[in-house]
Design a protein around this ligand. Structure first.
Ligand code: ZN
Length: 401
């Protein structure tokens, strides 16, 4: 419950939405509110269209007496938009409030073209996707955006992003909301939330596949290398969004390798998808990016596999420290390089270097949501924002209920 006093409508909605209390009786028990007060607060949520009575029929009340009707979050009253920007490629989707993808598009979008052009183009993608999904712009509850750089959670702006030239401190939220309004004619301002891609992938994957894991780490190895950490169900960001930015840790093998951040010796300069692509090119094998390496790995290319395994060893060495510090239950490897050779390399060094105690119950796994992980995570971030108990009251008043 939110601090002082009685549970609000927002608190009741949260209890229902998270499945912790799904009948009137269970809500009374969880909040200590009277039956009449629970009824009044639920009434507002019904009128807003945010709650509905379940299709499952009555269940036995925990307080005894007559069976009670189950309550559900009504996910039909709004839709979400989400996008995942990589350096040269992006993916966007319309999602339901419960994370189901209704329409999806992926294509070329070059981060180096700068935020004004990229976000303007994305506004057009969103307009087309909404049309394809058969929804109106006014039905959009919010937009979630994943970017390949560190994000200040308060402002939604990227902070000194090594692989996003021209984006530092740019008002991403404002520009994307404007682009969306221009393309769709939406009259009211749409909420836009921005976070780092590895954070959102970790959030999406943890919720979808490992909801009981209280310490979850995801490492994305594509053009760059980044990690997302989910502790007790929330993304751990650090004090200014920099947590998990492991790609620019100096590694001894990298002394001569120039990183895209301008420094020498970063982990990303020797073990990312981009670094493997460069080494393949030096060996006369065509590979311009992490996604080219992914294609080579998928076809079982032996040099690509050997280099991916070596990259895995280097990342595994750094992850030994990460695992010792955080003692996670799940370490998920995602991104272009995620596959057997890379994982084999990670495991070799991880189990060699980390304390046995910190790896005894650790599962090293690959992604479950694949290329959609950040989209699903971005959608979930928007839902948590829109229906946070402290925001619900304000939004109900705005709806006039
Ligand atoms: Zn670097």
């Amino acid at each position: 419950m939110t601090g002082r006093g009685q549970a609000s409508s927002g608190d009741l909605l949260e209890l229902v939405r998270t499945g912790r209390a799904t009948t009137r009786g269970a809500l009374q028990q969880a909040t200590g509110l009277s039956r009449a007060t629970v009824g009044q607060r639920l009434d507002r949520l019904f009128r807003a269209g945010w709650l509905r009575e379940g299709a499952g029929g009555p269940v036995d009340s925990p307080l005894g007496g007559r069976p009670s009707i189950t309550l559900e979050f009504d996910d039909a009253h709004a839709v979400l938009l989400a996008a995942d920007l990589d350096t040269r490629h992006a993916r966007a989707a319309v999602l339901t409030l419960t994370g189901e993808i209704l329409a999806e598009h992926s294509g070329t979008l070059v981060v180096e073209d700068g935020p004004d052009a990229v976000l303007g183009e994305l506004g057009g993608w969103f307009a087309e996707l909404l049309e394809k999904a058969g929804h109106r712009a006014e039905e959009v509850g919010g937009i979630g955006l994943a970017v390949p750089g560190p994000v200040d959670n308060e402002t939604g702006r990227v902070v000194q992003p090594p692989i996003m030239p021209g984006w530092d401190g740019y008002d991403i939220r404002g520009r994307l909301a404007r682009a969306f309004a221009e393309r769709t004619g939406r009259a009211t301002k749409v909420p836009v939330l921005v976070d780092n891609d590895a954070n959102l992938m970790a959030y999406g994957e943890q919720r979808a596949g490992h909801p009981d894991c209280s310490a979850f780490v995801l490492v994305k190895v594509s053009t760059g290398i980044g990690a997302g950490v989910v502790v007790d169900g929330s993304v751990f960001r650090g004090i200014d969004g920099g947590a998990g930015d492991i790609g620019h840790i100096r590694v001894p093998e990298g002394a001569d390798s120039l990183c895209r951040c301008g420094s020498y010796g970063c982990l990303a300069a020797v073990a990312s998808g981009g670094a493997v692509a460069r080494k393949l090119t030096e060996a006369g094998i065509r590979a311009a990016s992490g996604s080219d390496v992914r294609d080579l790995l998928a076809s079982g290319h032996p040099e690509a596999a050997a280099l991916a395994r070596e990259a895995g060893r280097r990342v595994g060495d750094v992850l030994a420290t990460v695992v010792t510090l955080l003692n996670p239950g799940v370490l998920m490897i995602a991104g272009d390089l995620a596959g057997t050779p890379f994982l084999t390399g990670v495991r070799e060094l991880l189990y060699q270097r980390a304390l046995p105690r910190s790896t005894a119950r650790l599962d090293v796994v690959t992604s479950r949501l694949g290329e959609r992980a950040a989209l699903v995570g971005a959608g979930a971030m928007v839902v948590e924002h829109l229906y946070a108990p402290e925001r619900v009251e304000e939004r109900l008043l705005a709806l006039g209920v």
